[in-house]
Ligand binder design. Sequence first.
Ligand code: ANZ
Ligand code: ZN
Length: 801
Amino acid sequence: MKYDFAAIEKKWQDKWDELDTFAATDDYSKPKYYALVEFPYPSGQGLHVGHPRSYTALDIVARKRRFEGYNVLYPMGWDAFGLPTENYAIKNHIHPEKVTHDNVQRFKSQLKSLGLSFDWNREINTTDPNYYKWTQWIFLQLFKHGLAYKKEMSVNWCTGCKVVLANEEVVGGVCERCGSEVVHKVKSQWMLKITEYAQRLIDDLDTVDYIDRVKISQKNWIGRSTGAQVDFGTTAGDLLTVFTTRPDTLFGATYMVISPEHPYIEKWADRIKNMDAVRAYQQEAARKSDFERTELAKDKTGVKLEGVNGINPVNNTEIPIFISDYVLMSYGTGAIMAVPAHDTRDWDFAKKFDLPIIEVVKGGNVQEEAFTDCETGVMVNSGMLDGLSVEDAKKKITEWLAENGKGEPKVNYKLRDWVFSRQRYWGEPIPIIHCNHCGYVPLDESELPLRLPEVESYEPTGDGDSPLAAMDSWVNVKCPKCGAPAKRETDTMPQWAGSSWYFLRYCDPHNDKAIASKEALDYWMPVDWYNGGMEHTTLHLLYSRFWHKFLYDIGVVSTPEPYQKRTSHGMILGENGEKMSKSRGNVVNPDDIIKEFGADTLRLYEMFIGDFEKSAPWSQNSIKGCKRFLERIYGLLEILKGGDSYSPELESSFHKTIKKVSEDIEALKFNTAIAAMMSLLNEICDHGSVNHAELKTLLLLLNPFAPHLTEEMWEEAGFGGMLNGQRWPAYDPAKCRDAQVEIVVQVCGKIKARIMVDADADESALLAAAKACPEIQAAIEGKNIVKEIVVKGKLVNIVAK
Ligand code: ANZ
Ligand code: ZN
């Protein structure tokens, strides 16, 4: 029998479509399971082999859950607003809607050819007015609750293209597309107050099941720091407030640094004697990105302010003030007290400018390098703090500052508010009208969706506004409040907007009264398992958690968190181990693979390629191995015979494999699940035949990985019904146990041997077996046995002197 994968796959894909096999039902009495993968951006390049890694993994979970009796929601859609489409539209003079439509068609047929069990009835598209109506609606609620506001912000301005660029479009200080210089330009922008949720976004991580590295990067991104705000005096009379995480080191502050953008510089312009040098430095700093200023600059630069000094509030000592670009205006107060003895950046700066270094925590040699290890240190040279531990000194000085009105405890976050404006065409219009009398007035909800108008050209205007600004008939409207002539907002939303709530829409995608019905949301939410790329761990995950928490606060959703579980897959690299890219010529096209080997093989291979959470290089050779495995599985039909229970020789192997595959799927260990099925197949082949009970189980276990072939074999074997309506096989734990297990034998805690023993051997038997082993005899020879520790089924440790 030839394995005609193309015919088999087409047959079953058509059948699933026709029968709507994977539709999630609205039967809310059943237990539900919501599996989610990140919906793709339908780019012109089509599907990448990286996409199926995540999609297949959760397809496996979704299929297993259906066998386990759950009502499963596994949806798919399109995150379709965004720059590449817009740029393509500009270049080729095609409407971005048309570009999007074509790309979606291509993506969809590619996804279908993979046999993924998505419920296509719930397909969504962020550029569909029926969808973005609700994105706009959420924006209006944020606005009404004071969480959306306008602010003058510095944006990236390409001097060549005359457009505002997103950060991703600025590469090495120049425009990614035209190579012209990119400068900062100040523009009034819509902002969302995500910072108001910073603490809850940290705290609630304790309530969800995210893999550790995701939790850690979320926390790092939010960047909570506890410390104090301290008011330094100045010889100009003004108080200069700093934020410090180390108020205990106040006696070691030998100078201060303010950011080159600090407003005091203008305020003190008359007093500062070297204003020319200061201005020159400011201009230099303006050209650098924050990253260049903080991460890259090993060599510290700066200018001393001649004419104004700071005054340390703890001892009234006068100290110089510098401007330097390693202090950012956007963090804390934009000013610091510098403690070179205990901060590396300050130490570098002090060495360069020959400033005093005063040790205040004992433990290192601060003339050699900064001593930053504060856990064990004891305070010195610090007046009232001398002799205290760092911990106690922090407490004491913070109290002292508060009592004397010179400071207060302070928590700071690295997280900034979310810049929500884009000066672009292909995004959701922001539903706000600006009136000279009434200010920013929200559009009435009954007028949503506010549709993107047809424009002549998608090019931004030369002064940095979105192309919508050039459409007088669209822009000029009456104020909804007072009726005076007013103007629409012409900025659009960023691509992150549509993806910040899409998982809610899947619950009830056709609802035209609400983002989704309350019943649907209560039933389906939260998402039970969400898998996606590590590149989306910070922004997308944080933005969507923020919106969800807001929607929770206003009673739209009933759970404080959107995702119960979050995992992340590694990248698939080119055969040469490098990132796949056109320029490297190492791109593998999934269409070609499906044509040559079939979708089942591609799916199986992507799950077998290596540790799911790690990157793995593509290998054409091992894909052939996966194909051979499926061919051999198909061949089982030739040695099939009757039998309603496992044959005695294979019984234990079947129970063990069911257990292994069941557990490995839950633990994302798809590769070892497949390996277990491969060895089971070998055992069957050695055995020479497979009976009905055995083949049924094997097909069920393999179905989530290779759904087409297994469904076909179920039919050809005449098992009745469709495989998809069956139940996941059960195993008997008693039959999974090995007769023998390996235990570790240690001497004084060091592993000396590993031995096989009967699984139910008792403690004295284990000890005897351990002592009988030559490595152990050698290790304890001539010594006194002080202690013997035995852990059944695991280890023996002999302590000998
Ligand atoms: C004195 C000090 C002594 C500091 C010491 C550290 C160690 P995180 O953990 O990132 O919050 N800092 C404060 N504002 C800054 C700004 N706008 N730009 C650059 N640096 C700034 O770090 C807080 C510490 O970074 C603060 O504590 C301050 O230096 C500096 F032994 O104050 B520290
Ligand atoms: Zn008005």
